[in-house]
Design a protein around this ligand. Structure first.
Ligand code: NAI
Ligand code: MG
Length: 365
């Protein structure tokens, strides 16, 4: 049977960039003989408009069955005043929660043609290729007790950083597995100097490392990690860290490489019966209401998210590399959407022209 893919374009530019991914999927089917069973459904505001909820139960059920979910983006000004329980983001959160996607993969890869867009000097980022694995389902964003209460006549806000061994371990295994497929180097980041959860984190990761003797493990305090990411990012390959530190460190790493329009991500869960991990792939960017409907969106983040799906869900690493190389070639040729231009007078290409250029590069590969 063909591998199955559920496409959820969502809102705003999510729909525009997904149309370009469709071209890539069709190309792989026609030229490489790899056919996917593709279904498409609604999420976010689009689902709210039709069903009154940001993710219908039937859509959730479908997401549980397929080999991978590819999501565009959700949200937009039209939905900003909705009740919290039906906000577009809730659709996304429900998918992550019910699929139990505990490992969030955020690559930070510098395409040489875009090195000028980095916040850092070119030689610091040229050739950069790191992967941050962020624990996504636990930690301080979920720990109990939490809340704002009145203590001694003033309000007190409380959150709890809480991790079980099992939670740290399953994320660590995902990170070590990745390291094995990459440069066999893993840096774990926590704050074991001041946090109990950090002490446990370091302990569990060290324990898991015994199953991966080929991977060189190091530990770093997360604040130092932030410094090192901007000082000398190429020292890292895979970084494994918790939900809160990972949120911040991955946004920081993202800006080492330039535009939001280029950043893919994956969220992986436990292996299914067929051995593939539960998985959802999505660009890091949102629905970009300021440019929606104008053909200005850069489809590369979504196309590169699909490349991650090829590699991590469909065991098609070679096709993934082919696609990434095609994107790199297009950029090197100077084809740019507006977000990748800073010179006056250079004409940006449209979303669909960018997609067509990627297809042309695939044809030439
Ligand atoms: P955003 O990522 O949508 O946009 C930030 C800026 O980057 C905008 O100026 C936008 O035009 C630009 N941009 C983003 N993606 C681009 C692309 N592919 N090509 C060219 N330019 C691009 O973040 P913002 O403006 O904070 O949020 C807008 C809406 O998206 C909100 O409703 C927010 O809740 C939602 N959102 C959804 C996310 C998701 O679905 N995962 C993530 C972040 C925000
Ligand atoms: Mg963030």
């Amino acid at each position: 049977t063909n591998p199955s893919l559920l496409i959820l374009p969502g809102d705003g530019i999510g729909q525009e960039v997904m149309a370009e991914v469709r071209k890539v999927i069709d190309w792989i089917g026609a030229k490489r003989g790899a056919t996917f069973d593709v279904s498409e459904d609604l999420v976010g505001g689009a689902a709210y408009d039709k069903h009154g909820v940001p993710l219908a139960d039937e859509t959730m059920a479908k997401a549980q069955e397929v080999d991978a979910v590819l999501l565009g983006a959700v949200g937009g000004p039209a939905y900003d005043d909705l009740d919290f329980s039906v906000k577009p983001e809730r659709g996304l959160l429900r998918l992550r929660k019910e699929m139990d996607l505990f490992a969030n993969l955020r690559p930070a890869q510098c395409f040489d043609a875009l090195a000028d867009f980095s916040s850092l000097k070119k030689d610091l980022v040229s050739g950069l290729d790191i992967m941050i694995v962020r624990e996504l389902t636990s930690g301080v964003y979920f720990g109990e007790p939490r809340g704002i209460s009145e203590v001694d006549g003033q309000r007190v806000g409380v959150n709890t950083q809480r991790y079980t061994e099992a939670e740290i371990e399953r994320g660590a295994r995902a990170a070590f597995e990745l390291a094995m497929k990459r440069d066999k180097k893993l840096c774990s980041m926590e704050k074991a100097n001041v946090m109990e959860s950090g002490i446990l984190w370091r302990d569990v990761v060290t324990e898991v490392s015994k199953d991966y003797p080929e991977v060189e493990l190091s530990h770093m305090y997360a604040d130092n990690g932030a410094m090192q990411l901007v000082r000398a990012p190429k020292q890292f390959d895979v970084i494994y860290t918790d939900n809160l530190f990972g949120d911040i460190l991955s946004d920081c790493a993202a800006m080492l490489t330039g535009s939001l329009g280029m950043l893919p991500s994956a969220s992986l869960g436990a292996p299914m019966e067929n051995g593939r991990p539960k998985a959802m792939y999505e660009p890091v960017h949102g629905s970009a209401p300021d440019i929606m409907g104008q053909g200005k969106a850069n489809p590369c983040a979504c196309i590169l998210s699909f490349a991650m799906a090829l590699r991590y869900s469909f065991d098609m690493g070679e096709e993934a590399t082919r696609l990434e190389t095609a994107v790199e070639k297009v950029l090197a040729d100077g084809v740019r959407t507006g977000d990748l231009l800073n010179e006056e007078g250079v004409k940006p290409v449209s979303t669909s022209e960018m997609g067509d250029a990627v297809i042309a590069a695939l044809d030439a590969s």
